[in-house]
Design a protein around this ligand. Structure first.
Ligand code: SAH
Length: 254
């Protein structure tokens, strides 16, 4: 840990956590795992405990003003952030520094795309009641939330964020087209998917998908994507209609 990790050219996630052994976790499996082994992206878990104070390597203390739980100390987190920053660009666009937090901006596909285009990022995983605010302000840390719910720690959120970001790096999935058509990339939820057998539990695959007629298949998929988005995510549907000059009330024939 005393050595400055050499910054290779690969996209790199440095993750500050009390549970470094939780990484790579699922990110080490399947396509993201293969890309990790091939060096397309890199992962450096940084053990926050190492920066802790005293024999017990304390990292937290009681909340100022009282209340339940513990708060991660600013001096400890500062040391870890400084360690993580060694050799990285100071420009936050090139190298975002993120604290996973339920108070952050909600994570979405546009953010994943922005992170995938950076050279890498530093992720700070909170625990207990969170992190002293001063160290977040001092380091211009961006707060990002996985959604409107509270997790026990930032690690699962960090893994979700890394997963969504690295699958957008060319060569990670191997089939770039699949990220262009999927949910959110064009502002719509994806159409439903089917595979063999053609009939299962008395249910048939929609006939058009077996027709081999590419233009018809593609307009069916588009219509299904629009219908699903309209039903399930009126917020996305309104935004889509606005950018595409469409009437949100109009229903297209399937
Ligand atoms: N007391 C805090 C919650 C702390 S939860 C509050 O009410 O805002 C402990 C840690 O889990 C946080 O520091 C954060 O890193 C992580 N966490 C919890 N919920 C999260 C979410 N929705 N998104 C991202 N990280 C989250």
């Amino acid at each position: 840990m005393d050595e400055t990790p050499r910054l290779k050219n690969a996209w790199c996630a440095r993750v500050i956590t009390l549970f470094p052994e939780a990484f790579p976790g699922l990110l080490g499996e399947s396509l993201t795992g293969k890309a990790l082994k091939e060096g397309i992206w890199a992962l450096e878990p940084i053990d926050l405990r190492i920066f802790g104070e005293g024999k017990h390597r304390n990292v937290d203390d009681t909340p100022a003003g009282g209340g339940a739980g513990m708060v991660l100390r600013p001096d400890i987190v500062d040391a870890a952030l400084n360690f993580a920053a060694r050799g990285t660009p100071t420009d936050r666009d090139e190298w975002p520094v993120v604290y996973l937090s339920p108070r952050g901006r909600p994570f979405d596909q546009a953010m994943a795309r922005r992170f995938s285009r950076a050279r890498g990022l530093t992720l700070l995983c909170g625990r207990f009641e969170g992190v002293d605010q001063r160290v977040l302000d001092h380091h211009h840390v961006e707060e990002v939330s996985l959604g409107d719910f509270v997790l026990t720690g930032g690690e699962i959120a960090a893994q979700a964020l890394i997963d969504a970001s690295i699958r957008l790096i060319p060569r990670v999935l191997g089939n770039q087209a699949s990220t262009e058509e999927e949910s959110f990339s064009d502002g719509l939820l994806e159409h439903p998917q089917y595979t063999k057998p053609a009939t299962w539990a008395d249910r048939d695959i929609p006939e058009v998908l077996l027709s081999g007629h590419h233009a018809k298949i593609s307009s069916w998929r588009q219509a299904m994507a629009e219908r699903l988005t309209k039903e399930r995510r009126p917020d996305l549907w309104r935004a889509y209609c606005e950018t595409h000059g469409r009437d949100p009330e109009e229903d297209r024939e399937l």
